[in-house]
Design a protein around this ligand. Structure first.
Ligand code: NAP
Length: 367
């Protein structure tokens, strides 16, 4: 099978670099098109990255180094590549003004190039699905409605949620699916520095310190789960009524891996600690059934040790795509508390975007 040519917008950034590294030897997709700001455009990828490769893993240099970086604002360049068969869709990992990202992603979709986005700009667009493939794969059903409403033929936009919510929303979804209503949650996140992009938080602010504020993050952590758990009504995704979430988001001196400590209150039916462990261990969803290349074999890994999960030891579980949970115990205020951990630039960013694209390909939307 010949591979689908893909592009990365924001290829020089933290998440863009993660896409390049993770897509090396991908069985379905091949990176053929790279774009970033006008500052990087016109240079070979290798040259644009001198002194700016931030990851601890590399990529298949020979294939990608020689690609000339385009200006991501130049949609015509992408259309020309698409016409030559060198681009089927783009991953968007842009960091710029939100309105500008929203308009740019729409321009790509209008020009017939599907956009699989990591940016938050389109997360609240009513007909744009915000996907976690294990949780709401059915929200892709809104894509034909999105295309019809905008007059787009081939193009469309899907987004992935904020990087920290995977660590608790996949476990919460497994419990909801098993018939347990989660009514209220208190979530305390300890978020890695890579989540802020590069150069991110100044080192003097973070070494030997914790910053108890990440702009906009608590609102995202509280509201995005409601869209993910929502339902398509007419031409929009209508938010679910709950759970009600109170989030405290902190930046901590960890390189990669967002950790969340969570207390949950259930409805009338309350699962025991042992039942929760069983549900999480057995949980499988559509990405596992379809055997998507980036799907973790076991989406939720239950750690039994008293002091796990930890970002340094557990963030890379199943190529950084599994969520690790532990310390599942009763809560004297709510019912149950636990610790969740997921890799923010893999499951929470580029890996999550790749899994979204694999789901779309398996459902016939790409390629
Ligand atoms: P980043 O490291 O700051 O990279 C930003 C990218 O956008 C670079 O490639 C940059 O190109 C490009 N860019 C900047 N201004 C531009 C412009 N005016 N026109 C075109 N391109 C421009 O950011 P990041 O951390 O990778 O985040 C990328 C996106 O993913 C953001 O929307 C972020 O919210 C989201 N996200 C990040 C994470 C994470 O863990 N870091 C997780 C989930 C979602 P140059 O290099 O040429 O300047």
């Amino acid at each position: 099978m010949s591979k689908i040519p893909v592009g990365v917008l924001g290829a020089t950034g933290m998440v863009g670099q993660s896409y390049i590294a993770l897509l090396t030897n991908h069985p379905w997709f091949e990176v053929k098109y790279l774009a970033a700001s006008p500052r990087s455009a016109g240079r070979k990828y290798r040259e644009s990255l001198v002194g700016r490769w931030h990851l601890r893993r590399g990529y298949d240099a020979a294939l990608i180094d020689e690609i000339t970086v385009e200006d991501a604002n130049d949609v015509e360049a992408a259309v020309a590549a698409e016409k030559k068969g060198g681009l089927a869709f783009v991953f968007s990992a842009l960091e710029m003004d939100k309105d500008a990202i929203q308009k740019l992603e729409e321009s790509y979709a209008a020009a017939g190039i599907p956009v699989v986005s990591n940016a938050s700009a389109n997360r609240w667009t009513l007909d744009v699905p915000m996907l976690i493939p294990e949780v709401n794969p059915g929200h892709t059903d809104i894509i034909p409605l999105q295309q019809k409403a905008r007059g787009w033929k081939k193009g469309f936009i899907v987004v992935k949620p904020n990087c920290s919510i995977q660590s608790y929303m996949i476990p919460v979804w497994a419990l909801l699916q098993a018939g347990y209503e989660v009514k209220r949650m208190i979530v305390n996140t300890m978020q890695a520095v890579s989540g802020a992009g590069y150069p991110g938080v100044p080192s003097l602010d973070l070494i030997d310190n914790i910053v108890p504020f990440i702009g906009g993050e608590e609102e995202k952590s509280e509201k995005e789960p409601l869209k993910i758990l929502g339902a398509i009504e007419g031409t929009a995704i209508k938010n679910a009524a709950g759970p009600l979430i109170s989030a405290h988001c902190n930046r901590v001196p960890v390189s990669d891996g967002h950790t969340a400590t969570v207390s949950m209150e259930f409805g009338n039916k309350k699962p025991s600690v042992e039942q929760i462990k069983e549900i999480w261990k057995k949980f499988r969803a559509l990405p596992q059934e379809l055997a998507l290349p980036f799907a973790p074999e076991q989406p939720i890994i239950v750690r039994e040790e008293a002091n796990r999960p930890q970002p340094g030891k557990d963030r890379d579980a199943d190529k950084g795509m599994a969520v690790s949970v532990g310390r599942i115990r009763s809560c004297p205020v709510f019912d149950i508390r636990f610790v969740g951990l997921s890799h923010n630039t893999i499951r929470g960013a580029a890996g999550g975007g790749i899994l979204n694209a694999e789901l779309l390909k398996a459902k016939g939307f790409l390629g």
